[in-house]
Design a protein around this ligand. Structure first.
Ligand code: SF4
Length: 429
């Protein structure tokens, strides 16, 4: 039995692909193991969203190659090959196979042919595939699972390479998604986190209209499931049906991840993002219609043309909008995007200073919001025996609930919050 180790880099959407690769291989009789040095085959599933992700992928490749036993096969897949297929074999001739971001469907045949023909394989097609009913081996803690509901993106934000790496927006059929959720729940997991590059657009291609609210209703009927969480929404794509479904359905977390990227119209326009009016209206509506909603956003600082005045306006808006959670990136040019050609770049020292200032501003907001939980009894889902997360925290992203007494992983019960330790950690009584 051939032993396979899978290393997954990048975001949770890539992790779902890695889990699908693991599921396909396990069903074909491969043995999944956790240490690359003991594996016959190592699969490195890469990210290439920004330069730092590419550097991380190179460093992993180099590390694996320098420790590669003679019999071991190294298979590279994901976004890096999709982006750099022509140069990767030249740079690293010891790699055995290179697959694009949507070329893992036949992974077991590809691995088998590495043994029969002994030739290297390059298979990087146009990204059009979307996972359907392939088996999956969940790799997250036994409390939650990521479920991919769509692939690719049609939004073409000017700084983003994703539509080129992942292809056009395509939804998964509802029955396959529901099946994945049932499988996750059968392993004892109690929360599913729906991911895709733009989850709000779900259904527009295959069902000819946005039907995320119907998908959520259908998923919520699965017994034993406690929470459904929505990541990667788009401020211009919320429907009234979706908002009322989130507001009314008890199993849908009153938590929304809504990346806005900026609040100044001239910057938003250069980014190819919705206007500030659309953003502010959407947030106002979410806050008005969904009781106790927790919002998370993402901001890019230092985009070309961001003056000090624009940055101060952004800070003021962030204070007013008062997101509970916020992640920020310093803009970095990505070859192949429209923003790559913009000339009015900012020095890295300015970007770093703005990033620091934004994060300091946000930390005060987050800390104040966390303090509102002091003394309250809230449900927490245990991700390990020592910590878990609440409805208002996406696991791995937004901080943790630290348990005073050990819990069983996957346990779901109310705890009183006794202490706010810092921006991330709240401790139970
Ligand atoms: S919405 Fe914009 S930033 Fe997000 S994946 Fe699509 S193009 Fe990229």
């Amino acid at each position: 039995m051939k032993k396979v180790n899978i290393i997954s880099l990048g975001c949770n959407k890539n992790l779902v692909d890695s889990e699908t690769i693991a599921g396909i291989l396990a069903s074909e009789g491969f043995l999944l193991i956790s240490k690359p040095q003991n594996a016959d085959i190592v699969i490195l599933n890469t990210c290439a969203f920004i330069d730092s992700a590419r550097r991380e992928a190179y460093s992993n490749i180099e590390n694996l190659l320098s420790n590669k036993p003679e019999h071991q096969k190294l298979v590279l897949c994901g976004c890096l090959p999709q982006r750099e297929k022509s140069t990767l074999f030249k740079k690293y001739p010891q790699i055995d196979a290179i697959l694009g971001s949507s070329d893992f469907k036949n992974i077991s045949d590809i691995i088998n042919s590495l043994y029969t023909s002994k030739k290297t394989i390059m298979h990087v097609s146009q990204p059009r595939f979307i996972i359907s009913s392939q088996p999956k081996l969940f790799s997250t803690p036994k409390s939650y699972a990521y479920i991919k509901i769509s692939e690719g993106c049609n939004n073409h934000c000017n700084y983003c390479i994703i539509p080129k790496l992942r292809g056009p927006f395509r939804s998964r059929r509802m029955e396959y998604i529901i099946n994945d959720v049932k499988n996750a729940i059968s392993t004892g997991r109690k929360e599913v986190i729906l991911v895709g590059q733009d989850t709000t657009l779900y259904g527009i291609d295959i069902y000819k209209k946005q039907v995320l609210h119907i998908l959520l209703e259908n998923i919520s009927k699965i017994q034993e499931l406690k929470w459904i969480r929505l990541l990667y929404t788009h401020p211009a794509h919320f429907t009234d049906d979706l908002i009322s479904t989130i507001a009314e359905n008890e199993k849908i977390c009153k938590y929304i991840d809504i990346p806005i990227q900026h609040t100044v119209d001239s910057i938003l326009e250069k980014m190819g993002r919705p206007s500030s009016k659309i953003i502010f209206n959407c947030i106002e509506k979410l806050q008005r219609k969904i009781h106790n909603i927790t919002l998370r956003t993402t901001i890019i600082v230092g985009f070309p043309g961001e003056t000090e005045e624009f940055f101060q306006k952004l800070l003021k808006d962030i204070n007013n909008l008062s997101f509970h959670w916020l992640g920020a990136f310093m803009f970095s040019k990505v070859r192949g995007t429209k923003a790559y050609k913009l000339t009015d770049s900012l020095p890295s020292t300015t970007k770093q200073a703005r990033y620091n200032e934004l994060m300091e501003t946000q930390q005060k907001i987050t800390l104040n919001k966390n303090m509102e939980w002091l003394g309250k009894k809230i449900y927490a889902l245990a991700d390990t025996s020592n910590f878990g997360h609440s409805e208002f925290q996406a696991p791995e992203i937004d901080g943790r609930i630290i348990f005073t007494a050990n819990q069983n992983t996957g346990s779901f019960k109310k705890h009183q919050i006794r202490q706010v330790k810092n921006v991330y950690d709240l401790k139970t009584a």
